[in-house]
Design a protein around this ligand. Structure first.
Ligand SMILES: Cc1cc2nc3c(=O)[nH]c(=O)nc-3n(C[C@H](O)[C@H](O)[C@H](O)COP(=O)(O)OP(=O)(O)OC[C@H]3O[C@@H](n4cnc5c(N)ncnc54)[C@H](O)[C@@H]3O)c2cc1C
Length: 459
């Protein structure tokens, strides 16, 4: 008998699951219906800041697989159709299409891949014309239209996370005067404040004032209803255009209404196979779930495309009759603002403390190439290592060319449970155009190993 797989959410996690399931099960064996309330499918939100900056084409080039391509593989993709209810008792979902027509669709397997929703505090003026989020391809088009308006000269970016700093670059590239406002003391709170301070210095070096430690109170509008400034407690920051990068939270209202289990961060709870806990045939992945942090042992909500794609693949394999599990994450993320690269993996200091781990830190300055080789650029590397065991706990890097992807050394070392002493012996590639003879990460590992020994000696 033909089974039916229903997918809610037609982007990274949902369509990876659908595609993988289709690869393993023919249409006569598994019917696949995917509901997507937007008009795009399998698109890269990650590319939006680069499209707006002018580095990448968009929006079509950001679509990895079109609706027609999915349909050609016997995936019944219904765009512009929102799922409004999940009825786990009877194994069905209710959907509403663009004309308002409602319909129930039964499922044998259900994949919830509804992603995350941007945080939008109820600030006065936040809905004003000229205020943009950056979540979907439609948002990208709206920002570009906003930039095309005559007289747009000043941008305020609210939020200093990775989307905020990437959008600050995009605005700079359009020749705008840019101010970044963040309620935290330093931008990039995925880093420790001392490393965030380097990002702040980089932004200021690019001519972007960073207004920090103060929340935005309101978006102020002119007589025409368009944004004219962003107000903090003690100042007004003039703006012709405002970009919001205030973070996201899991989009799980639908799942919660169906009685499915959510964690303390609001994400769906799954087992290792990405099956929603306590259910037999409901799966979830991507930005709407919580994931296990392998270093801290805690559940976390980390909204990244790299995880969403892996989750989707795993779900598709399992529905397809195979077996796959998601091991968890170590918390790796990279981004950049102009030529300054920002990278982190593992735990930052506050996370290590929250996990009850005692640690030492080491911070070093080095260069991207041998010091004598032309173009060598500075790089700061910070390592956290556990006291006594010397186990690597975290790695953060801020620097230029090649800084960001060096964090992958840390991601592998964390996954393997390596100590900083073991890292020192890693056989990394070396030639003067690529690194100093001691790679900056290994220099930091040496200093961290010394700090572990010193802490031991001190008792
Ligand atoms: C500007 C930007 C830059 C980013 N850069 C990076 C990066 O550099 N690296 C990285 O790893 N990640 C990055 N990300 C994050 C990455 O894009 C997300 O983690 C990834 O898209 C998550 O995939 P998903 O399938 O879980 O959710 P989404 O991509 O959010 O897809 C969920 C889909 O579900 C649909 N949907 C929701 N509810 C319903 C419903 N009830 N009915 C029907 N459809 C519904 C939504 O319309 C949406 O299309 C970036 C995100 C943004 C916004």
């Amino acid at each position: 008998m033909t089974e039916r797989l229903v997918v809610i959410g037609g982007d990274a996690a949902g369509m990876s699951a659908a595609s993988q399931a289709r690869r393993r099960r023919a249409a006569g064996d598994l019917e696949i219906v995917a509901f997507e309330r937007g008009q795009h499918t399998s698109y890269s939100a990650c590319g939006i800041p680069y499209w707006i900056a002018g580095d990448a084409q968009g929006p079509d080039a950001l679509v990895a697989r079109t609706a027609e391509e999915h349909r050609a593989r016997a995936i019944d993709l219904r765009l512009g159709t929102e799922v409004t209810d999940i009825d786990p008792e009877r194994g069905r979902v209710r959907s509403r299409d663009a004309d308002g027509a409602e319909q129930w669709t039964g499922y044998d397997h259900l994949v919830i891949a509804t992603g995350a929703e941007p945080v939008r505090p109820p600030l006065p003026g936040i809905q004003a014309q000229g205020v943009y989020g950056v979540q979907t391809l439609d948002d990208g088009e709206a920002v570009l239209r906003g930039l095309d308006r005559a007289g747009v000269r000043r941008a305020v970016v609210v939020g200093g996370g990775y989307i905020g700093v990437e959008m600050a670059e995009a605005m700079l590239r359009h020749g705008l005067e840019v101010t970044l406002i963040d309620r935290n003391e330093q931008p990039m709170t995925t880093l420790d404040p001392d490393m965030g301070q380097l990002v702040r210095a980089a932004l200021e070096g690019l001519g972007v004032p960073v207004v920090s430690g103060t929340p935005v109170r309101a978006v102020l509008t002119g007589a025409d209803g368009r944004v004219r400034a962003v107000a903090t407690d003690d100042a007004e920051h003039p703006a012709d255009l405002v970009v919001l990068g205030l973070g996201v939270r899991p989009q799980t209202g639908l799942a919660a209404a169906a009685g499915l289990p959510l964690g303390e961060h609001g994400g769906l709870l799954t087992d290792r196979a990405m099956r929603v806990r306590g259910t037999g045939n409901i799966w979830a992945g991507g930005d709407c779930v919580e994931v296990l942090n392998l270093v801290s042992g805690a559940l976390q909500h980390i909204a990244l495309g790299t995880h969403a794609n892996k989750h989707g693949r795993i779900i598709g394999i399992n529905i397809g009759g195979g077996y796959a599990t998601f091991p968890g994450v170590v918390g790796t993320a990279v981004s950049k603002v102009c030529d300054v690269e920002i990278a982190r993996t593992g735990l930052k200091e506050s996370q290590a403390r929250a996990a009850g781990l005692q640690y030492v830190t080491a911070v070093i300055e080095s260069t991207s190439r041998a010091g004598y080789y032309p173009g060598a650029a500075p790089m700061t590397v910070k390592i956290l290592a556990e006291r006594r065991t010397g186990r690597l706990l975290g790695l953060q890097i801020v620097g230029r060319e090649g800084a960001a992807k060096r964090v992958d050394i840390g991601a592998v070392a964390l996954t393997a449970g390596m100590t900083v002493e073991q890292m020192i012996g890693l056989d990394l590639g070396y030639a003067p155009p690529f690194s100093p003879v001691w790679d900056p990460v290994l220099v930091a590992a040496r200093k961290a190993a010394d700090a572990v020994a010193a802490a031991d000696a001190a008792g």
